[in-house]
Design a binder for this molecule. Structure first.
Ligand code: SDX
Length: 391
């Protein structure tokens, strides 16, 4: 079989498709969505504008944006019958398992999405509109708080924040510093070409599975600690370092002896970026800005900087070109915004949703064939069946 199969484990050197959505240059540390730099988008655009850009290919005109935003607003509520599924989870179920399950369940509530007579744009709007609502349910229930409903007079990010943090017993007003920080983080997570979870969304969609099922698969792939789950791992690692007295050198050594310790420095390294992840640069700066504006003094930020300093001066990391990635500083900002650690990867999913949708849509429009890689077989050669009494 090896005659015509080239093995490329983890697809390290395989291009799976052509795409016009996101451009990455791993050597130069460049990231652009539809040709616009993330530096410009993160400082000048809103997350919904960027979502529109990724999904439909152009920055929206005022009229297009108003239409997109109002369509999303009129779909933010979730069918009340979804509460029955939601209420079936243990109260401390990880929010990523709840999110993946309820997004998959959406195909059950909108069967036209797989019966072939659906409206793709409506499915897109439903996902954009309902993901934040579903995401906040897990958090509120884990706190024993009543679930909040969306308030459609608010913007996308403000609505998410009020669903996360509002309590019936007091007024809640969104802090613009918090909303702005979240806008930047969601934009920076919005797409990243053919990463693990996006490739999953495309592969599932390539079998003609519906958009909800494909996105649910992407959420599951993102959950892994080597992928989006790393942002939760980073904070847990930094907390452990802090609890142990802040000895970052010890953790750098543990990572260098990964073969024996099995330890990885979460938030470091990247398949494509062999230079600083441009998102990490922006997030690191934003962490300083946001924490000082909010008057938050988080010792974990200094530990993170110390760890980065120690690693970037160590041959093991420098020779392997292991730099901080998008997950290294993001959790420090989420924490300062009051978002609990087990919701960090959910935040990644809310940010990545427009990218997943855009990639799925492009895969369908370009009529990509069903994904079906080959293998190199290493199992037994032909052998005869042996009846159980003779085994
Ligand atoms: C994301 O693909 C994307 O674009 C993903 C993402 C996106 O936006 O979608 O950018 C989001 O997932 C960011 C990455 C988050 N994950 C982590 O922070 C987990 C820690 N990082 C690693 O596990 C690793 O760096 C990966 C998974 C990110 C990349 O893995 P690769 O490309 O398969 O690299 P590798 O595992 O082959 O590592 C190469 C070498 C190995 O050492 P040697 O075998 O050469 O001796 O570097 C070592 C690894 O052991 N190494 C690390 C390390 N990462 C790699 N050693 C210590 N700490 C680390 N973090």
């Amino acid at each position: 079989q090896t005659g015509y199969v080239t093995l490329d484990r983890g697809y390290k050197n395989t291009g799976a498709t052509k795409s016009a959505i996101t451009f990455l240059d791993g050597e130069e540390g460049i990231l652009r969505y539809r040709g616009y730099s993330i530096e410009e988008l993160a400082s000048k655009a809103s997350f919904l504008e960027v979502a529109y850009l990724l999904i439909y290919g152009e920055l929206p005109t005022k009229e297009q944006f108003t239409q997109f935003e109002s369509a999303i607003r009129s779909h933010t509520m979730v069918n009340e019958d979804m509460r029955k599924i939601f209420d079936g989870f243990p109260v401390n179920a990880h929010p990523m398992c709840v999110l993946a399950s309820l997004v998959s369940a959406m195909s059950g509530f909108y069967p036209e999405s797989y019966e072939g007579n659906g409206d793709e744009n409506l499915d897109i709007v439903r996902l954009m509109a309902k993901l934040p609502t579903i995401a906040t349910w897990s958090y509120k229930r884990s706190q024993g708080h009543p679930l909040n409903y969306p308030k459609n007079k608010l913007g996308y990010i403000e609505n998410f924040l009020q669903m996360m943090f509002a309590l019936p017993v007091e007024d809640y007003t969104v802090d613009p510093v918090v909303a702005e920080a979240l806008n930047i983080l969601l934009i920076l997570h919005a797409d990243h070409e053919q990463n693990c979870s996006t490739s999953t969304v495309r592969l599932v969609g390539s079998s003609q599975a519906n958009l909800y099922a494909s996105i649910s698969a992407g959420i599951s792939a993102l959950w892994g600690p080597l992928h989006g789950g790393a942002n939760q791992e980073v904070i847990e690692m930094l907390e452990e370092i802090k609890a142990g007295g802040g000895d970052v050198a010890k953790y750098v050594d543990m990572a260098k002896n990964a073969k024996t310790t099995g330890f990885r420095l979460f938030g470091f390294g990247h398949r494509v970026y062999k230079n600083f992840d441009p998102r990490a640069k922006i997030i690191k700066k934003a962490a300083d800005d946001v924490l000082s504006k909010l008057g938050v003094n988080d010792p974990v930020l200094e530990i993170a900087k110390g760890l980065e300093e120690a690693a970037l001066n160590d041959e093991y990391f420098v020779s392997r070109k292991l730099y901080p990635n998008v997950d290294f500083y993001s959790g420090i900002i989420y924490r300062a915004l009051g978002i609990p650690t087990n919701m960090f990867t959910v935040m990644f999913a809310i940010g990545r949703l427009p990218g997943w949708i855009a990639q799925w849509k492009e895969m369908r429009e370009t009529k990509e064939p069903i994904g079906r890689p080959r293998q190199i077989y290493t199992g037994s050669t032909l052998r005869e069946f042996v009846p159980m009494e003779n085994r």
